[in-house]
Design a binder for this molecule. Structure first.
Ligand code: SAM
Ligand code: DTB
Ligand code: SF4
Length: 339
């Protein structure tokens, strides 16, 4: 059985990352197949509950107010609309709904009260609820946990050294603090990054070191390929190679063997064959539905055909139990995180 380690060194991760490609895929697939549910893929559906107008300067993001990207700016959505979207997503096979807001941080105001109501309403549909709302403090994390939040997404995006090149309006440390607050509230952690920002292989390796050296591995790690958006500073970045995506997924799988690794943004540019390689290399989650937050994603029909072809099945909600407020023990075990 593969051991869970939180002390991976940069050298060890680099050695894995630079393994000849087919050996790397083989090793990652072997680790993945130790898990009896290796052909199950967790399906998340994304919904942008508050779009655009964000004060941050993330160089990749179409929702930053300072870039002219033509994104439709929207105030917070009514709960009823969110519930309707959640019901459709569930009918389409999604076990998790991830609600995203273009905020720098959560504030204790009426909009947060609305998010709390949304979390309760989607939880009542027997779906895992995830939020990605920017930075939050301990009390805010606890309020979300009490409302039934299952997961919180908060990406590191790149390495600590590279962070300032991509975002100047907050620090890597602030990002890590939010992850601590989420952990403390016993909400599962979803944290990963983006490749194709112009980072080096060393930056990718360093980000994976940070993630795998957290006191507990994130239950899910999204690997996004940059979706270059016109108007953002990274609009002209060349598309990242699928081989880099495969390398990143395989390395993540090997160093965090029990974590759900999500093949995230960038799938519209990938063929079924390319996505199959990512699943082979250990990816076991996707975002499904025609839209990510503001950019396109493959249709449910295309994904259904791909699942059928590859023999993949959607994972049911709450495989590892419900959040702690409805069961007695912690719902995620130390060495048996997810999957
Ligand atoms: N504002 C919150 C925050 O930044 O944490 C939540 C929403 S933000 C859009 C969520 C994540 O989407 C970012 O951390 C980033 O990893 C990802 N993302 C945003 N724009 C992207 C793009 N153009 N391509 C790939 N991933 C992107
Ligand atoms: C994540 O890692 N990727 C998702 C989700 N978490 C919030 C977001 C991808 C956004 C892609 C650009 C857009 O659609 O705006
Ligand atoms: Fe705002 Fe999040 Fe986009 Fe950064 S990634 S600009 S914080 S919405």
């Amino acid at each position: 059985m593969t051991e869970i380690r939180n002390n991976w060194t940069k050298e060890e991760i680099a050695e894995i990352y630079h393994t000849p490609l087919l050996d790397l895929i083989y090793r990652a697939a072997t680790v993945h197949r130790e898990n009896k549910d290796y052909s199950e893929v967790q399906i998340s559906s994304l919904i942008s509950i508050k779009t655009g107008g964000c004060p941050e300067d993330c160089a990749y993001c179409p929702q930053a107010a300072r870039y002219n990207t033509g994104v439709n700016v929207h105030a917070i959505m009514p709960k009823e609309e969110v519930v309707a979207v959640a019901e459709r997503a569930k009918a389409g096979g999604a076990s998790r709904l991830c609600m995203g807001a273009a905020w720098r941080e959560v504030r204790d105001n009426r909009d947060f009260d609305k998010v709390i109501d949304m979390v309760k309403a989607v939880n009542a549909l027997d779906m895992e609820v995830c939020c990605t709302l920017g930075m939050l403090n301990e009390a805010q994390a606890q309020r979300l946990a009490d409302a039934g939040l299952y997961a919180y997404n908060h990406n590191l995006d790149t390495s600590e050294d590279d962070y300032k090149r991509i975002i100047t309006t907050r620090t890597y440390d602030e990002r890590l603090q939010t992850l601590e607050h989420v952990r403390k509230a016993k909400i599962t952690v979803c944290s990963g990054g983006i490749i194709g920002l112009g980072e080096t292989a060393e930056d990718r390796i360093s980000m994976l070191k940070t993630l795998s050296n957290l006191p507990k591995h994130p239950e899910s790690v999204p690997i996004n390929a940059l979706v270059p958006v016109k108007g953002t500073p990274l609009a002209n970045q060349p598309r990242v190679s699928v081989w880099d995506m495969v390398r990143m997924i395989a390395t993540t799988r090997i160093i965090m063997p029990k974590t759900v690794v999500r093949l995230s943004a960038g799938r519209t540019e990938m063929s079924t064959v390319e996505q199959a390689l990512c699943f082979m290399a250990g990816a076991n989650s996707i975002f499904a539905g025609e839209k990510l937050l503001t950019t396109p994603n493959p249709s449910l029909d295309e994904d259904r055909m791909m699942f059928e072809l590859l023999g993949l099945t959607p994972r049911k909600a709450f495989k590892n139990g419900r959040p702690q407020q409805t069961i007695q023990e912690p719902f995620v075990q130390e060495t048996e995180t997810t999957v």
